[in-house]
Design a protein around this ligand. Structure first.
Ligand code: APR
Length: 264
């Protein structure tokens, strides 16, 4: 099936919806979306393993996003997250986020969203997120006493190398982002909820993730083993591709509106 992208008519791009997907999407009563950084790429948020921009070209996010990096240089880590938060707050949900929100509002389907993204673009599109597996940029807390913090990121218009993190209102410790760093535990209950949603779904769409970071990367396998039809939406091959029953080589903002429009 060929669907129009954007306004139909001359010049409108077209995307092919792969074989079984449309029928499965029309009949499934439980759909689970597993989204990663590629979901937000067309909102202007750089992914992790694609190009890093500006100052951060020199840094490997795998090295920055660790408790060790925070302890060694909290000002550098805070500056990186302040820049990411500024990018996110200046960004808008893209057509893919908006399409998922529309799908979630349809009668007769329970659509759950499990994301590795720490941005709030699904929510700002009007969708509900079941699990933010890697936490949220905005759930700031104290790095010492763990108390939630009412502090906010400074607005930074371009990446800077160092910024002082705010002090905790309770104990004076440095306030840190509410994201999950490598080696840290996932938010309580988030992975359990994600496994349950992936295993109960008849259709699972894996959108914009490299499938390299565990335990999130196990979800497509668990879904397939439980009998779900698993479809990857990603312009490039990834670790998910082999597990998926179908792959759709398109971007999130191309594929998802085309699919949701075609549901009728
Ligand atoms: N639409 C769909 N997919 C896209 C798009 C797009 N417009 N642009 C890029 N992609 C794909 C890339 O091909 C890649 O496979 O998105 C994927 C992004 O991969 P990563 O940058 O590795 O992001 P992700 O899988 O979410 O990373 C997992 O790693 O650093 C940590 O905690 C961080 O949550 C993150 C985790």
């Amino acid at each position: 099936m060929t669907a129009h992208l954007g306004p139909a008519g001359e010049g409108a791009a077209r995307v092919e919806i792969p074989g079984q997907l449309l029928e499965r999407a029309r009949t499934a009563t439980r759909v689970c979306i597993l989204s990663g950084a590629g979901m937000s790429a067309e909102s202007g948020i750089p992914t992790f393993r694609d190009v890093q921009v500006g100052l951060w070209e020199r840094f490997d996010p795998m090295e920055l996003a660790t408790p060790e990096a925070w302890r060694a240089d909290p000002e550098q880590a805070w500056a990186w997250y302040a820049w990411r938060a500024s990018l996110v707050s200046g960004a808008q949900p893209n057509a893919g986020h908006l399409a998922l929100a529309r799908w979630q509002q349809r009668d007769g389907v329970e659509l759950t969203i499990v994301t590795q993204n720490v941005d709030d673009l699904h929510e700002r599109a009007g969708a509900q997120v079941l699990a933010h597996l890697h936490g949220s940029l905005y759930a700031l807390r104290c790095s010492e006493c763990e108390a939630p913090s009412g502090a906010a990121y400074p607005q930074v218009d371009e990446p800077v190398a160092h910024l002082d993190p705010p002090a905790c209102e309770e104990c004076g410790g440095a306030v840190r982002p509410g994201v999950v760093w490598f080696g840290e535990a996932l938010p309580e209950g988030a992975f359990y909820d994600a496994v349950e949603a992936a295993q109960q779904a008849e259709l699972v769409l894996v959108v914009g993730t490299s499938g390299l970071v565990h335990p999130a990367a196990t979800l497509p396998y668990l879904a397939a083993a439980a009998g779900a039809h698993v479809v990857e939406i990603n312009p490039r091959e990834s670790e998910v591709s082999e597990t998926a029953h179908e792959v759709w080589r398109a971007t999130a903002a191309q594929a998802l509106p085309a699919l949701v429009d075609a549901l009728g």
